[in-house]
Design a protein around this ligand. Structure first.
Ligand code: ADP
Ligand code: MG
Length: 450
């Protein structure tokens, strides 16, 4: 390959191609902020300012971007990769450019100032982990809590807690040598030190830590040499009473691919888990995050999001950010439709195993021949209004959806409308055997699902 163009030059060429294909507002909004990072074996790495950008470009422009990259590199099989430039992902961007530099473990500066205990919302799902993290921050090195391992699924606040520990210790003692790295960064530093014949420097840097905070140790899996290094670093720090905190995607003894001696060291301290948030905690988190983002959502909307977006906190946060972005970038009012779209994007079809309002509306639509769109719409035509009332009634009776949520779903009506609907269907059934049978039929069909 005689391609000696810099990433920036290649990106210039790619933009030249895109200019011909995309409208200028798209180019200005989505492509102007992109920075070319590196080219490696036909893979062009680009950085974007936020996760939202990344997702937006991937879902809307990935074909055009790929085509332009291939033309710019004169390589039909070239690919691209987008990285988020800011915050957590920054390390990854740096990784690419750090290679030729001398290894240097940055002191302190990897601790994200936004991740503090104060804005960590506590619930039964995470209080044990939060309390342990706070205890460690108060008295680092205490044998009971050394090492501390915070484990659990993605997006549940492990990284947040790890940084909160770092922030608290640094706040109390700014001189303290807090090293916070991902296991990937640790590995990379080690590999670089090998290449530079500089392992002594590497060893020294890490062993000078007063507090060592390592994120996502599951990535040590299968990396024997790195584990070896880590084992020695760990022992040295541990023996001199320095605090070590690690996060992981699972309980230490379930970590396959990690040396037994490491696992047994880990077990000498404390392992605490973070669990997915329950409904009330999801609501609390949504309220907090919308306030932080200056987004004023009605409680109904919050409840609606919390009922559907269930897996983790990152998704909840993502939903808020997406609602904001969608409304401001597309100049749309934040109404129920927008929120429903965002929630649908987030949860996809993953929730359909459980009975939802949508299922009820579908069923009623097929039975009454009134279109789903009309059922959740505004029309007051008699048969449509009746199908709507019937749907509301069934949501209340079969799935127990809250009044405000039903109202919200059916075009933003208030809860008194829903109460009225439920009452009137109750009443109508008394004298209307056709309706009575419809209700019975649907209830029977759904019964085994609930
Ligand atoms: P993990 O490391 O477990 O994958 P993160 O710590 O990165 O998860 O959390 C994902 C996002 O959710 C972060 O922006 C974090 O600030 C936020 N978050 C997680 N748990 C909480 C919580 N209990 N209160 C407030 N924000 C939280
Ligand atoms: Mg994390």
């Amino acid at each position: 390959m005689d391609n000696i163009k810099t990433p920036k030059e290649v990106w210039g060429l790619a933009l030249g191609v895109l200019v011909k294909k995309l409208p200028s507002h798209a180019l200005n909004t989505w492509f102007a902020p992109i920075v070319a990072v590196s080219i490696n074996k036909g893979r062009f790495t680009l950085s974007v300012p936020s996760q939202f950008f990344l997702e937006w470009i991937e879902s809307h422009y990935s074909e055009q971007l790929l085509a332009s990259v291939r033309i710019a590199l004169s390589d039909e099989r070239a690919t691209f990769k987008l990285l988020v430039f800011k915050e957590k992902k920054k390390e990854k961007v740096e990784n690419v450019s750090v290679l030729p530099r001398l290894i240097k473990v940055p002191k302190n500066n990897k601790v994200n100032k936004n991740y503090i205990f104060k804005n960590f919302i506590e619930g039964s799902n995470n209080e044990f982990a939060k309390n342990a993290a706070q205890a460690v921050s108060r008295s680092p090195g205490e044998p009971k809590f050394n090492p501390l391992i915070i484990y659990g699924g993605v997006g549940l606040g492990k990284t947040h807690l790890l940084h909160a520990i770092g922030n608290t210790i640094l706040e109390k003692n700014p001189e303290s040598n807090v090293i916070l790295v991902t296991s990937e960064q640790f590995t990379l530093d080690f590999v670089n030190s090998l290449r530079k014949n500089n392992t002594i420097e590497f060893t020294k840097t890490y062993r000078k830590a007063d507090v060592l905070l390592i994120d996502d140790i599951q990535f040590f899996r299968g990396k024997e040499q790195t584990q070896e290094q880590f084992f020695h670093t760990f022992n040295e720090l541990y023996q001199s009473g320095r605090q070590i905190v690690m996060t992981s995607d699972r309980f230490p003894s379930e970590m396959k691919g990690l040396q037994d001696r490491l696992i047994s060291r880990f077990q000498s301290g404390l392992s605490v888990d973070v669990q997915p948030p329950d409904f009330e905690i999801r609501v609390a988190i949504l309220l907090e995050k919308s306030e932080q983002n200056g987004l004023n959502l009605k409680y109904d909307a919050i409840e609606f999001i919390a009922r559907h977006v269930k897996n983790n906190i990152r998704d909840l946060e993502g939903a808020i950010i997406r609602i904001l972005a969608k409304s401001s970038l597309m100049n749309k009012e934040i109404d129920f439709n927008l929120i429903r779209d965002v929630v649908q994007e987030r949860v996809g079809n993953s929730h359909i195993s459980e009975l939802t309002i949508e299922d009820v509306v579908k069923k009623v639509s097929s039975l009454t021949q009134v279109k789903e769109k009309d059922i959740i719409g505004k029309s007051r035509k008699m048969e449509i209004a009746e199908a709507r009332q019937l749907s509301m009634y069934l949501c209340r009776n079969i799935i127990g959806t809250s009044l405000s949520n039903i109202g919200f779903y059916f075009g933003g009506r208030d809860h008194s409308t829903v109460i009225h609907a439920v009452k009137s269907i109750d009443k109508k059934q008394e004298g209307d055997s056709r309706l009575r049978n419809q209700v019975k039929l649907i209830k029977q069909e759904f019964e085994f699902l609930t």
